[in-house]
Each structure stands twice: as structure tokens, then as C-alpha cells.
Design a protein around this ligand. Structure first.
Ligand SMILES: Cc1cc2nc3c(=O)[nH]c(=O)nc-3n(C[C@H](O)[C@H](O)[C@H](O)COP(=O)(O)OP(=O)(O)OC[C@H]3O[C@@H](n4cnc5c(N)ncnc54)[C@H](O)[C@@H]3O)c2cc1C
Ligand SMILES: NC(=O)c1ccc[n+]([C@@H]2O[C@H](COP(=O)([O-])OP(=O)(O)OC[C@H]3O[C@@H](n4cnc5c(N)ncnc54)[C@H](O)[C@@H]3O)[C@@H](O)[C@H]2O)c1
Length: 488
């Protein structure tokens, strides 16, 4: 049977565009269906890129604020939020334009409209006026995710102008990260519900701009699924910078610019709940994201979905329907762009008939970008124990002795988790967790060490140039191997 395309991808985010770029590169006739006006998905338009534009601006501001310690007379007179937002929007537009041109140069057809899988090999596209049917040998689903609603506190769900007006009117609207990115005034007070990546990144950005930020978290520390040392240090550093964390708290009401929440009083014997109030220009709810698989065609097409609505695939991205593949935020694993990139390479190589490697989503590096960054790859000591590793050792090394960390007036910690590997008869590194300046840049190195099961002794032989921030990882590996050099 002749098909219109070799490959049709639904969704143009990191999962979709990366798959299309690769299949087109293999000479396969490829189309991408995108329901929005612009390509790039959440990551380029409402996620990774705009938030990191703001993170870059906040780093610049911090450098300027610390300049006097180097004898530099630099003052920050005003922060023009409208210009800052315009610069963020320009950054996004540039990246989106670049992607669009790149896709066209690979001869990928970009079809705008709402795509649905009608049956295997058949996709319907609704462009608002007409329905079009296209056929393909392979269909790849990459429809992404949306912000999860906090029960009882629906998102404001307005246009940028309506959000601006609601904030100006003192309504304290409940915003998702999408809406929060459109704010073009520096808020005076913000309440953030959640203590994951989005909560911490936005808290850091606004705090740097001078906003009073209150973070309401359910547990005792943010990033509570991660390594304890890293979570605790991240919270300590952010508290020191002025962010207020309310642990074991719960949002209760938002009325007339006032946020009411309850806090578990751990000191009282009955663990009473204390009620507190703070003013807020708006509330950011960042309690996770849900897979964009709620449309009826996901179920009616016969796709196997998990209880939480994720498309079930094998480690090569195959769904239960022949020649239908899925990746990115709609699949189980981490909701991260670089996970989607790795899945895209595996899926496109599988489609092209190339021998490829399965994706181990557990080993995907996790990063938080703030004034100090956190990086986590592989097992924490607790996870290693639960997974039956033998002779687990956890080495915790502060970054105090790193001269570049000191020059930045910063601090940090590296945690190396190692265990005995019966197969090789050697101790291997199974987890690397770091908090400190620019540690995100070590994500690839950390992943390679762990994924390739490099013996600890060999990993500790990695030579990092001096003086660099990356030496912190080298020092920690040496210490874990019993050969500490510049640390005790
Ligand atoms: C605020 C924020 C910051 C983030 N920062 C980072 C970061 O720094 N690093 C990182 O790795 N990850 C980050 N992420 C996560 C990252 O954005 C996602 O993991 C990534 O975008 C997932 O890619 P995807 O292709 O699965 O989906 P998406 O990027 O969501 O793309 C899905 C696309 O499909 C389209 N679509 C959906 N349904 C249909 C349909 N039926 N027909 C046609 N088109 C459709 C959508 O319009 C969208 O364009 C961040 C997320 C947020 C919200
Ligand atoms: N730097 C990055 O790579 C980056 C940046 C931003 C977002 N992202 C991705 O986007 C996704 C969404 O981010 P996120 O921060 O919304 O989710 P998350 O999963 O990182 O964190 C969710 C947080 O909300 C809390 N929570 C859950 N339900 C709650 C409730 N009912 N009440 C109060 N708190 C509740 C959790 O305890 C957790 O602290 C993540 O999967 C993340 O990987 C990545």
C-alpha cells in the first residue's frame, strides 16, 4: 500500500521535532502536525527556553549586585520588567524561528491543525475549517503535557491581557507556569504552591527581581524525591537568599489579594494546624504536569494507557499498536526535553531499521536551574538500598575547597553513591547528586560514568582542568575512592 508519508509525527515539541529531524535525515518523507501557530512545543515556547532566559537575566543581576566585592562600582538602578519580558520573548522567537527553518531545510512538511490517530496508518487533521486525512507507514505521538490543577483552585485561564488586568485589580489569580511567563510587571508578593523544579526556578527568578516569595510545600524539603543532602542544601541556599518556605503547609483560600494556608505545627503534641495569611499579587500552582492524552481518540484508537494516562511503550518507544510510537511527556519516565531527545533518536533509528539502544528513563539527568543549580543522576542511597545493591557507600563532599566556587561567593555539595558490582567484581558509581554553581554542565559526564558502569577507581581518574568548577566532581570521586586530594 502506498502511504502519503513514511512518518507522521503529531506534536512539534522536543519529542516530535527531534524525531522528525532524524527521520528526515534518514531520507524518510516526514510530516509534523502541530495545532498551535508555532513549532517547538512547551519547551521552546513556554518551558525550558523562556525560563532559562529569565534565569540568565537573574544571574546577570546577581553578578552586578556582587560586583562591589571585586572593587567594581556597578549599580542596578531599575529593572524594567517590560523590557526583560520583551528580551525573553525575543529569545524564544529566535529559537522558534531557527527550529522552523531547520525543519524546512530538512524538507519536513509542517501541517498546522489538530491531529488525531483514526486508525493505524491514518491521521486526521482538523485545521479549524476542514478535516484532512493523511496516511503514513509510521505514526509517532508526541502531544506533550499540561499543568496539573490543584483541586478546588482552577487556573485563571485567561489571555495575557486578562491576567495582567486581574493582577492589577488585586484579584490574586491562580496561574500556571504558562500564564506566569506572560507577567510583565515585577510582582510585590507571590505565593507558589509546589516544591518541584518549576516552583524552585520561578521562586529564584522572582526573588532575584525583588519579589517576596512564599513557597508552600507539603513535605519538609523541596525536591523531596531526590537526595536528602541536595534538597536540604537547595532549601538552605534559597532561604538565605530571602525565599520563605512554609513546610507541611496547604493552600486553603485565595480572596481579595490574600492567601490563606494552613501549616502543620510539628511542635505541638496534637500536630495542630495553624492558619496563616500572606498578601499575593498572584499564586503560581506548580504541582506537576499531566500527559496530553485525555482526548477521546487516545482511548478509541486502542492505545494502552497507564492509570495516570501515560501511553505505555517499550524501551524503544513502541506502543501496543504496530507502527505507532510515542515519546516525551506522554510516556512514563521524566518529563524532560533531553529525555524526549534520547527517545527521539531511538524511535527514528528503529523506524529506519538501524540497530539502536533502548532508553533507560531512570538514568536521565535531572537539573534545577537557580542561583545554585542541582543535578541528579542515578540512584540515591535510599533508592539503592530499596533496589538491593550491595555494599552501598555514600560520600558527601562540600565544595568549600574549590577556588572557583569561592570566587563566586557560592557553595555546594557533591554526593557520590557507589556499590559493589558482582558482575565486574569492582565498586561502581551508581549515583551522582550535586548542588552548586553551574553543576548542570556536568550532567553528561555524570550520566556517562553511571550508565557505562565505569569502576569507581577509573572514574576517579578523570582529569578535570584546574581551576574549574567541574573539579568538584573530580575531588568527590577521588574521595569516594579513598584518595582525597584537596578535601579532607
Ligand atoms: C516552565 C517549564 C520549564 C521547563 N524547563 C525545562 C528545562 O529546563 N529542561 C528540560 O529538559 N525540560 C524542561 N521542561 C519540560 C519540557 O518542556 C518538556 O519535557 C518537553 O517540552 C516535552 O516535550 P514533548 O515533545 O513531549 O511535548 P511538548 O513540548 O509539550 O510538545 C507537544 C506539542 O504537541 C502539540 N499538540 C498536542 N496535541 C496535539 C494534537 N492533537 N495535534 C497537533 N498538535 C498537538 C502541542 O501544541 C505542543 O506543541 C520545562 C517545562 C515547563 C512547563
Ligand atoms: N530544569 C528542568 O529540567 C525543568 C524545569 C521546569 C520543569 N521541568 C519539568 O516539568 C515538569 C513539571 O514541573 P513541576 O515542578 O510542576 O513538577 P514536579 O513533579 O517537579 O514537582 C511537583 C511538586 O508539587 C508537589 N505537589 C504535588 N501535588 C501537590 C498538591 N496537591 N499540593 C501541594 N503540592 C503538591 C510535589 O510534592 C512536588 O514538590 C517536571 O516533570 C519537570 O521535570 C523541568
Amino acid at each position: 500500500m502506498a502511504f502519503d508519508y513514511d512518518v507522521i509525527v503529531i506534536g512539534s515539541g522536543p519529542g516530535g521535532y527531534a524525531t522528525a529531524l532524524r527521520t528526515a535525515d534518514f531520507g524518510l518523507h516526514t510530516a509534523v502536525i502541530e495545532m498551535r501557530d508555532e513549532v517547538g512545543g512547551t519547551c521552546l515556547n513556554r518551558g525550558c527556553i523562556p525560563t532559562k532566559a529569565y534565569v540568565t537575566a537573574s544571574h546577570t543581576l546577581e553578578y552586578a549586585k556582587n560586583a562591589s566585592s571585586w572593587g567594581l562600582d556597578i549599580s542596578v538602578n531599575t529593572i524594567d520588567m517590560q523590557s526583560l519580558k520583551a528580551a525573553k520573548d525575543k529569545t524564544v522567537a529566535g529559537v522558534v524561528k531557527g527550529l522552523s527553518q531547520h525543519m524546512k531545510s530538512r524538507k519536513i512538511d509542517i501541517i498546522h491543525g489538530y491531529g488525531s490517530l483514526v486508525k493505524p496508518h491514518e491521521v486526521c487533521v482538523d485545521d479549524g475549517e476542514m478535516h484532512h486525512t493523511f496516511t503514513a507507514q509510521h505514526v509517532v505521538l508526541a502531544t506533550g503535557s499540561y499543568s496539573t490543577t490543584l483541586p478546588g483552585f482552577d487556573f485563571f485561564n485567561g489571555s495575557a491581557d486578562e491576567v495582567r488586568q486581574a493582577v492589577a485589580d488585586g484579584q490574586a489569580p491562580i496561574l500556571s507556569s504558562d500564564e506566569a511567563l506572560d507577567i510583565d510587571v515585577i510582582p510585590e508578593n507571590v505565593v507558589i504552591v509546589g516544591a518541584g523544579t518549576i516552583a524552585l526556578e520561578f521562586a529564584n527568578i522572582w526573588n532575584t527581581l525583588g519579589t517576596h516569595v512564599t513557597v508552600l510545600l507539603r513535605k519538609d524539603v523541596p525536591l523531596s524525591h531526590g537526595d536528602n543532602h541536595i534538597s536540604a542544601m537547595m532549601m538552605r541556599t534559597m532561604k538565605r537568599a530571602g525565599i520563605h518556605f512554609e513546610t507541611r503547609s496547604q493552600l486553603k483560600a485565595v480572596e481579595n489579594g490574600k492567601v490563606t494556608y494552613t501549616v502543620h505545627d510539628m511542635k505541638s503534641d496534637e500536630h495542630k494546624k495553624i492558619e496563616k495569611n500572606v498578601p499575593a499579587d498572584f499564586v503560581l500552582v506548580a504541582i506537576g504536569r499531566s500527559p496530553q492524552t485525555t482526548a477521546s481518540w487516545f482511548a478509541s484508537s486502542g492505545l494502552n494507557l497507564s492509570d495516570h494516562g501515560f501511553v505505555i511503550t517499550d524501551k524503544f518507544g513502541r506502543t501496543n499498536i504496530d507502527n505507532v510510537w510515542a515519546l516525551g511527556d506522554i510516556t512514563q519516565g521524566r518529563m524532560l526535553a533531553h529525555q524526549a531527545f534520547e527517545q527521539a533518536l531511538t524511535i527514528s533509528e528503529s523506524i529506519a531499521g538501524i540497530d539502536t539502544k533502548p532508553v533507560d528513563t531512570f538514568m536521565v539527568p535531572q537539573v534545577v536551574f537557580a542561583t545554585v543549580e542541582s543535578l541528579s543522576v542515578g540512584y540515591t542511597a535510599q533508592e539503592a538500598e530499596k533496589n538491593g545493591f550491595a555494599q552501598i557507600e555514600e560520600t558527601v563532599v562540600p565544595m568549600l575547597s574549590n577556588p572557583r566556587v569561592a570566587m563566586l561567593k557560592s557553595n555546594g555539595t557533591t554526593v557520590i553513591v557507589s556499590a559493589y558490582d558482582a558482575q565486574s567484581g569492582q565498586r561502581i558509581v551508581i549515583g551522582i547528586h550535586m548542588v552548586g554553581p553551574q553543576v548542570s554542565e556536568l550532567s553528561g559526564t555524570a550520566r556517562e560514568i553511571i550508565e557505562n558502569k565505569i569502576p569507581l577507581h577509573d572514574a576517579a581518574g578523570a582529569l578535570f582542568a584546574h581551576p574549574t568548577l567541574s573539579e568538584s566532581l573530580g575531588e568527590a570521586l577521588l574521595k569516594a575512592d579513598g584518595r582525597p586530594l584537596n578535601v579532607r
